[in-house]
Ligand binder design. Structure first.
Ligand code: TEU
Ligand code: CA
Length: 536
């Protein structure tokens, strides 16, 4: 029976940072042909969709998050033909392709901005956010996320333009209808080509206060203000509804929004972009878990708040890592326990309710690379070193095998390869039944086979007190019990549920072991998935 559930609810999305996945032409930079070459691997792994960090033409001040041509692919990644070939080959394997839609800002080299800054009466002047100075100074106290004032003076016309990030990333003016029309036209270009959806960069920052009021001042490192007036403005939702209606002209497409907030994260804000009755985005990221330390109780509280925030008809989405944060394996710490923790986290991510997003390398337990100042290329790291080392440590090349440069490239890569590659790499882990990679693969395939694990309702059983998290996933006749031991001690699990249960996956015991009740002892850091197979 074909299920009516849309693919983005039951599927698993794999994020690729294109620069670092696989280099097909030996220039040290990952590229589109490199991704196409690795599709077989991703299909073997069992993912359903790929989200590509930006591949559009860019001067790379922010490594692609500063786009100078929305209609083309950057030379360093290949050609538009390569991209179409990627879509084609991916679709043949049943893998969807999600693009990054970076439309809070463009590059300062985008032709729209070049026109906009050319004169005050240019037809594209109002496509960006211009303001006159105040007493010879910046218009207000808004700060850039990357440091300093968010305003840059442009001597040519004597006004300031707004940039929420680098000065090479001027913010678009979402209040301008012609600007929005151009964005929608560009979206249709990619949707017509067969792209399956978009990840919307900083979607909660698109609209700024009309009156440009000062933000209330509070002191926090890197972010010395409360973003009351330059982010999260209520009008943004009107534009997101408009954008959604463009995507809805096409079948089976998906949008996922990056709702960026600082720690502790905000599930309520993230959920607000799911709209009422599904009229805004299909999915949004809540980063609460990414900001938490390792703890069953904290993880439980995050998902509890997240599920509670999701509106009727909405669907959660869960993520442990991305290109902006330290890799989860390294964040979880635990020294010698870090691999065990990463395994528990993997089973957690793949069995809680919501669409999981994996970050390339997570499936082999890749760690943050240790980099020195000379290696750093991220503008954030260059600015704040050594207080903040930037994001390069989680963007280093994928570890394919134990050959030179971990099989990523035959020449020196744009960022160094992490030194752990002799032990941590795809090739070695493919051949090891008990590797992290095979754990991901096994659980991904189990999810595919049993819809309760992807689409099912979730019912908490043990809420993380005492280091154990356990829950049921239920759909129709299918019932699964998942138990996760977050600690280095053995733990007893006991739930009054008689019946015949069978182990479908465990980090520690043999598959198909049977139980007649859910009364068992978990080994340190054991994660297990058991299925109810009948009454007693
Ligand atoms: O990120 C939003 C964002 O605010 C982060 O850049 C954050 O400030 C930073 O990671 C410090 O933790 C998105 C993209 O994911 C990021 O890669 C881009 O640099 C940024 O937008 C600008 O497009
Ligand atoms: Ca290349």
């Amino acid at each position: 029976m074909k299920s009516n559930t849309p693919w983005w609810k039951s599927g698993v999305v794999y994020q690729i940072y294109p620069r670092s996945f696989y280099d097909s032409n030996d220039d040290g930079i990952g590229d589109i042909k490199g991704i196409t070459a690795k599709l077989e691997y991703l299909s073997w792994l069992g993912i359903d969709a790929i989200w590509l960090s930006p591949v559009n033409t860019s001067p790379m001040y922010d490594f692609g998050y500063d786009i100078s041509d929305y209609y083309d692919v950057d030379d360093c990644y290949g050609t538009l033909d390569d991209f179409m070939e990627l879509i084609d080959q991916a679709h043949k394997l049943g893998i969807k392709i999600i693009m990054d839609l970076v439309v809070n800002h463009t590059s300062h080299m985008h032709k729209w901005f070049i026109e906009s800054r050319s004169s005050k009466d240019n037809r594209r002047r109002d496509w960006y956010i211009w303001h006159e100075g105040k007493d010879g100074k910046v218009p207000n106290n808004w700060k850039s996320a990357f440091g300093g004032s968010a305003w840059e003076f442009d001597p040519h016309t004597g006004e300031y333009y707004l940039h929420s990030f680098l000065k090479e990333q001027p913010d678009l003016n979402w209040r301008n209808p012609d600007m929005r029309k151009s964005i929608y036209k560009m979206m249709r270009f990619w949707l017509d080509m067969g792209v399956d959806g978009f990840r919307l960069d900083v979607v909660n920052w698109f609209v700024k206060d009309k009156k440009f009021r000062n933000n209330p001042f509070t002191i926090k490192p890197f972010d010395p203000e409360k973003h009351k007036y330059d982010r999260n403005r209520p009008e943004v939702h009107d534009y997101i509804r408009e954008l959604r209606s463009v995507v809805d002209e096409y079948e089976n497409r998906m949008t996922v929004g990056e709702v960026f907030t600082l720690p502790p994260g905000s599930p309520v804000l993230a959920a607000s972009f799911l709209g009422n009755d599904n009229d805004e985005l299909h999915l949004t990221f809540d980063f609460s878990i990414m900001y938490r330390l390792w703890s069953a109780r904290r993880f439980y509280n995050c998902i509890k708040k997240w599920y509670k925030a999701i509106p009727e008809g909405g669907w959660p989405c869960n993520v442990l890592s991305n290109h902006d944060q330290p890799r989860s394996r390294s964040r979880f710490m635990g020294g010698a326990d870090s691999e065990n923790r990463a395994r528990v986290a993997a089973v957690f991510l793949l069995t809680i309710k919501g669409t999981p997003f994996l970050y390339y390398g997570e499936e082999i337990g890749m760690k943050n690379a240790r980099l020195s100042r000379g290696d750093i290329v991220d503008p954030l790291g260059r600015r704040y070193w050594p207080v903040y080392r930037g994001r390069d440590c989680s963007r280093t090349p994928m570890l394919w095998n134990s050959r030179s440069n971990a099989g990523f490239s035959t020449v020196r890569p744009w960022l160094p390869v992490d030194s752990s590659y002799k032990n941590i790499n795809v090739r070695a882990q493919m051949n090891d039944r008990y590797s992290m990679l095979n754990l991901y693969r096994n659980v991904l395939h189990l999810r595919r086979k049993h819809k309760a694990l992807s689409e099912g309702e979730i019912f908490p059983v043990m809420k993380g007190i005492n280091g154990v998290l356990a829950y049921m996933r239920v759909q129709g006749d299918e019932k699964f019990f998942i138990a996760l031991n977050f600690t280095s001690k053995t733990k007893r699990v006991s739930e009054d549920e008689r019946g015949q249960w069978r182990v479908m996956f465990s980090t520690h015991r043999t598959k198909y072991e049977h139980f007649t009740s859910l009364d068992m002892t978990l080994a340190p850091y054991e994660a297990m998935i058991v299925m109810r197979i009948g009454d007693l």
